[in-house]
Design a protein around this ligand. Sequence first.
Ligand SMILES: *[C@@H]1O[C@H](CO)[C@@H](O)[C@H](O)[C@H]1NC(C)=O
Length: 268
Amino acid sequence: MGLRFSVWNLLLSLLFLCAPVLSENLHDSHSIPSHMNHMDPSTMVFFTLKDLKIGETMPIYFRKRDPSAYPQALPREEADSIPFSLKQLPYLLQFFSFSDDSPLAKAMEGTLNHCEVPPIEGETKICATSLESMLDFVHGTFGLETKFRVLSTKFLTKSATIFQNYTILQVPKPMVAPKMVACHIMPYPYAIFYCHSQMTENKLFGVSLGGDNGDRVEAVAVCHIDTSHWSRDHASFRVLGIEPGSSHVCHFFQADNIVYIPAPTYHD
Ligand SMILES: *[C@@H]1O[C@H](CO)[C@@H](O)[C@H](O)[C@H]1NC(C)=O
């Protein structure tokens, strides 16, 4: 097969990865399981534009995960030599030597499932199996000639607190983002980047947050202006007590999300 990576490395990375991710499987955005508990703190990242002002306090969940626990990205040629489809799961389990009912198998199945769900109206998505194909998707979305910026939420302090009240310390900085691609790493034996992009209007902000425990976070927030195509089950509607399409929805990006926006051009 000419595969240079070692299955042992994959196993180790998946073991590290699975425990936190399995239960949490992408709460970030549009894939929130409908059975999720109403009081799950991981849903406490939703708010509206009127909350985005200096001095405002809100409870926010920020996942903290050791970056070394992430699966490694494969070069495109290697990734392309491995099938990536739910249909091929039995073969893949054999390939990675995972038993059918292991948590590792369940994680792979969950990711393949998620990747095969068609995008909602007004959205494009990809599960990129390499960094190269992630960047192809970004180029495809913005146009080949467009330079882009990479944004992420950054922790300026170290602590183990993942859920607490944060206060907005400075006037949130709006960023010009006619288009946006957001990517999340999925639980899988090697790095799978689930990326999606809405064609509808978004507003992006840089927000300086101070936690009750003294934590400082430079967070990236997005407000989705048109939510009319979102699933009724989307946790944000429950949290905010609204109906799809009746209001915009804002949320903070987790620190392990990668957000791409076109770089501003200085001509206009
Ligand atoms: C946040 O502050 C509110 C109001 O003071 C309080 O009721 C709530 O328990 C706090 N939440 C957390 C997670 O500390």
